[in-house]
Design a binder for this molecule. Structure first.
Ligand SMILES: NC(=O)C1=CN([C@@H]2O[C@H](COP(=O)(O)OP(=O)(O)OC[C@H]3O[C@@H](n4cnc5c(N)ncnc54)[C@H](O)[C@@H]3O)[C@@H](O)[C@H]2O)C=CC1
Ligand SMILES: O=C(O)C(=O)COP(=O)(O)O
Length: 466
């Protein structure tokens, strides 16, 4: 059974109790009420106003796939959708209102922006990278972050394979020449890729997938990673980046954006490479020093390059990246031969985007509706089987707190007037998350239960689902 069905079923079950089983696709209300730590929700909790899924507001940016919108609409959430990213000012204005936000690689959710997120419960990165979000600040503010760890890996790997051949055969230049009416039949410095060495920096989901594809076309594969990773096929891990640079005909980057990967390939690394090597970057724009790359290509050291990512990417289609005031290297890079430039499309396939929409959409809905944080990238992963809605007077307690001694004693003391049916708690760094299903809770006790939990000194956020 796929996740979305499970979620829908949970809601159908909840709704059949409230007597409106067909309301799923129109305006579902659920038996669950949700008391939140945000001012708006806190007000609702104090008034014990029934919570409806229709109250959940979700802001989706950067053309997140329709599969996600369908999941959220099925839940009855209010979805505000934008094809583009938003400016910092616009984000600050909008983020205060919403309970969930969905972004891709462009939107930066910094501490400055997240400080205004008074209702935000969860962030969905509908992509692999999470470098655009201040993960630590989010966790300390009780905001869980989810991503899609591998739904677009294959798409990136296939793009890189295409680029290896395109660079090796100078296909970009030949095609451009033909478009401008020039027949230029050459074989000089055009090579087969069979028997050549592909050097992969970062042998994670994408690097490993790429390794298999490249070997199947007769390439030798070597890789460098900060961790020891099992070699697939006949590929070999090398001990140093330098060793990889000295041996590879093609060098391709598949590392995350971190302080250590900033300018991982810069002037010294280009000089260490073989004469006539090729460079590919479909990871993050900060990983390759483009100015140094331009110099290495001008000198003939590097025979070609394919770039999919850049330090300052435009927020919407139609905007120019290649503007010298924004990027000093822009016009020189554009005028170079055997350079393939793509607008961050590594993960942009129908297959990847629709799978990401389902995957991250489901993570978000499960977290909002059930508190299930399995798969979160910044948060303790906690899950309990579904709350038993058939059991009267059951409440699910979601309590995010500082990871300090004495919390369980205090919290269980508060819960001890009721029957604790099940409980699970975990921590990650400074943040811990406790989930408990309790029964024998009178509706009239809920407000006091919520307030007692809220008043504990280590509380970050409290939600009650019932
Ligand atoms: N162009 C595009 O559209 C896309 C770009 N990406 C980028 O690709 C990156 C890699 O993606 P995955 O393979 O899924 O990530 P992953 O997390 O599965 O693998 C990354 C690998 O890099 C290694 N690594 C980290 N720091 C390193 C360093 N300093 N030197 C050498 N190795 C290092 C890690 O140990 C890991 O094995 C993502 O973080 C994202 O930024 C991902 C998807 C699409
Ligand atoms: O998945 C990633 O990390 C990517 O870089 C793809 O980003 P995008 O969804 O195309 O903005």
């Amino acid at each position: 059974m796929s996740y979305p069905q499970q979620i829908t079923e949970t809601f159908q079950r909840a709704m059949s109790i409230s007597g409106s089983p067909n309301a799923v696709s129109t305006s579902p209300t659920t038996q669950s009420y949700l008391a939140q730590y945000s001012p708006t929700f806190r007000k609702q909790a104090k008034a014990l106003k029934p919570f409806s899924t229709g109250d959940i507001k979700i802001l989706l940016l950067e053309n997140v796939n329709k599969t996600a919108i369908d999941i959220f609409s099925q839940q009855g959430y209010q979805v505000e959708f934008y094809k583009t990213s938003l400016s910092e000012e616009e984000l600050i204005e909008k983020i205060g209102e919403v309970h969930a936000i969905g972004i891709r690689s462009k939107t930066r959710l910094t501490e400055k922006i997240l400080k205004h997120a008074r209702n935000l419960v969860v962030i969905g990165c509908f992509c692999i990278g999470t470098n655009q979000v201040d993960l630590e600040y989010a966790a300390k503010s009780g905001i869980a972050v989810f991503n899609s760890p591998f739904s677009n890996s294959r798409s990136v790997a296939e793009l890189v394979i295409a680029e290896v051949i395109t660079l090796s055969r100078q296909l970009g230049d030949r095609s451009l020449e033909m478009h401008t009416g020039t027949w230029n039949k050459v074989s000089a410095k055009c090579w087969e890729i069979r028997g050549k060495t592909l050097g992969i920096i970062g042998y994670g989901h994408i690097g490993a997938q790429l390794s298999v594809l490249a070997e199947s076309m007769g390439m030798n594969v070597i890789y460098y990673d900060i961790h020891m990773i099992m070699a697939l096929g006949n590929s070999k891990q090398v001990e140093t980046l330098d060793e990889l640079l000295q041996k590879a005909d093609f060098v391709t980057c598949h590392v995350p954006e971190t302080p250590e990967t900033r300018n991982l390939l810069a002037a010294p690394q280009f000089s260490a490479m073989k004469d006539g090597a090729y460079v590919i970057n479909a990871s993050r724009g900060t990983v390759v020093d483009i100015e140094a790359l331009v110099s290495a290509m001008k000198s003939g050291k590097i025979a070609g390059a394919a770039l999919d990512v850049y330090p300052n990417e435009p927020s919407k289609n139609g905007e120019g990246l290649f503007n010298d005031s924004l990027n000093g290297w822009a016009s020189e890079l554009c005028s170079m031969r055997n350079v393939i430039l793509t607008p961050h499309i590594g993960g942009s396939t129908e297959e990847a985007q629709s799978a990401i929409g389902v995957e991250v959409g489901t993570f978000l809905a499960k977290y909002i509706n059930e508190g299930n944080s399995t798969g979160a990238v910044n948060f303790p992963e906690v899950q309990l089987r579904s709350l038993n809605y058939d059991q009267e007077n059951s409440v699910r307690v979601l309590y995010i707190h500082q990871n300090v001694p004495g919390v369980l004693k205090t919290v269980n003391n508060i819960l001890s007037n009721h029957n604790i049916e099940k409980q699970f708690s975990d921590s990650r760094g400074d943040v811990a998350y406790l989930m408990a299903d309790i029964s024998d809770v009178d509706l009239s006790d809920i407000k006091s239960l919520y307030e007692q939990l809220e008043q504990t000194p280590f509380k970050i956020a409290t939600r009650l689902l019932y």
